[in-house]
Design a protein around this ligand. Structure first.
Ligand code: NDP
Length: 450
């Protein structure tokens, strides 16, 4: 019997080593925002070569901010530029980045196992093993849950002014919410739109930024409506045309072109339920060293923080958690950790043809012998950057059957009615046949294109 058990152990060992040799990293960082990137930077400098699973919104929510003015040392920088700087610094210091999202974790034995899904090829699922983990998965924007919201999502309803705001030049928009995010959205949109409503369900803003509040509320094209809730969002099937609001029992139909939600966020912690201690609202509970209820697993930034929720506090957390993890790593006999050997992923990407002018675009659509797939993007749009690699990869795969092009919306007039970013349109024989808006719709469409 003892011999049999020994044999089984030996076989397990034999099979386990090649698996770990492929996929083992010292530390897995989950997330791609300022907290994740700062912890990756520190871990890299400690020589721990972290693998960063960036998730569905690389750069996190701050990458959608058009202007960040409270990052120390930067008087004014776009969220995307800030993230690009942090990303390069982490990469130069040894971090490995994967365009994947974590879909499951097993914290029942150490080293821990993380199941991830490739964002470009959702059918590709794999397991990564690590003894340490830093969770920086942030929060996701809340939805209202009123009729019409889902129907008009991407057709006038959005939650990112910096992504879609420029499409509302001289139009009427509404912002829902009275927090700091709503004020930032209003600040940006009131420079573009002809009129900006702010609908607040209470009789006051939640934001305590008095100076910013006064500056925005005083603008002639901004109208704040307190004690106002949203009953329904309506439109003409293609685009939002109005909203029905309720104020002290009285309903009113207000014509408008766009609605931006800024009603707070929920922690992205569902995959940790019953695996880590969470508070009743889903925030991960941590100690002073930012360690969760599982040894070696740390959590940082918005996913632990219902109060401050600042990029800079997430970055501070990132540094602290990396230092705590490194301290623990130094104290553990190394033979207890599985062997190293993670491989950097290599992705071959060809460039997709960039259209230079509106007339060139019209000519391509009219004259192409094969269907044309056009990616309409903007330099300020973070989700567009996310879609770009998938678009390029698909272009390589189907290069003989389709012509893939990318179009910066700066070269357009109104003729293609681009209302949201990113938008991908399929043209056949000179005519639009399919239009997909937003990263998940576009990703599904591209996966199924042969
Ligand atoms: P907040 O939670 O601070 O504010 C959310 C707003 O939306 C509140 O006015 C809330 O109303 C309202 N709201 C929530 N749910 C609904 C609903 N279903 N219908 C209508 N209204 C609703 O979220 P923010 O995203 O604005 O900010 C989150 C955190 O991030 C805050 O700590 C903020 O300070 C910080 N932040 C800081 C920035 C900065 O530049 N310093 C920028 C952006 C965010 P009610 O008050 O009634 O609950």
């Amino acid at each position: 019997m003892k011999k049999l058990i020994k044999k089984i152990f030996f076989l397990c060992f034999l099979f386990a080593i090649p698996m770990f040799a492929e996929e083992y990293y010292e530390v897995v960082v989950l997330g791609g925002g300022p907290g994740a990137l700062t912890s990756a930077l520190y871990l890299g400098r400690f020589g721990l070569r972290p693998v960063v699973i960036e998730g569905g919104l690389p750069g996190g929510l701050i990458s959608q901010s058009h202007l960040v003015q409270n990052w120390p040392g930067e008087a004014g920088i776009s969220g995307l530029q800030l993230i690009e700087k942090l990303h390069s610094q982490a990469e130069e210091n040894g971090s490995v980045f994967l365009a994947e999202e974590v879909i499951d974790v097993d914290f029942s034995k150490r080293p821990y196992t993380f199941t991830t899904r490739d964002l470009l090829h959702p059918e590709k699922v794999r397991k990564i093993v690590a003894s340490f983990c830093i969770i920086a998965m942030g929060t996701r924007p809340n939805r209202l849950g009123v009729p019409g919201e889902e129907d008009y999502w991407g057709k006038g309803v959005a939650n990112c002014a910096v992504c879609d705001g420029p499409l509302y030049q001289d139009k009427v928009v509404a912002i829902i919410g009275g927090g700091d995010a709503a004020l930032l959205e209003a600040d940006y949109l009131s420079e573009i739109a002809s009129k900006v409503y702010i609908f607040i369900r209470k009789d006051s803003f939640r934001s305590r930024e008095e100076q910013r509040k006064k500056k925005i509320v005083d603008r002639p094209n901004v109208e704040v409506r307190y004690l106002t809730t949203i009953k329904e969002i309506g439109g003409n099937k293609d685009q939002v045309t109005h909203v029905i609001v309720k104020n002290q029992g009285k309903e009113e139909k207000i014509p408008l072109d766009g609605i931006f939600l800024a009603i707070g966020a929920t922690p992205n912690s569902h995959i940790f339920e019953k695996k880590l201690a969470l508070d009743p609202k889903g925030f991960i509970q941590v100690g002073r060293d930012l360690q969760t209820s599982v040894p070696g697993v740390y959590a940082i930034g918005d996913i632990i923080d219902p109060i401050y929720k600042q990029a800079i506090s997430a970055a501070g957390d990132g540094a602290k958690a990396a230092i705590s993890a490194h301290k623990e790593w130094l104290s553990i006999p190394k033979k207890e950790l599985a062997k190293k050997g993670g491989k950097e992923p290599s992705i071959n990407r060809l460039k997709v043809e960039e259209v230079q002018s509106l007339s060139q675009l019209q000519k391509i659509i009219k004259e192409s012998k094969v269907p044309v797939v056009a990616d309409f993007y903007a330099s300020w749009c973070a989700p567009c950057k996310m879609i770009a690699p998938l678009f390029e990869e698909k272009a390589n795969e189907v290069e003989k059957s389709f012509r893939f092009i990318k179009v910066n919306i700066d070269i357009l007039d109104n003729s293609y009615h681009i209302q949201s970013m990113p938008t991908v349109i399929l043209f056949k024989e000179g005519k639009e046949v399919t239009r997909k808006v937003g990263t998940s719709e576009i990703s599904n469409f591209l996966q199924n294109l042969f």
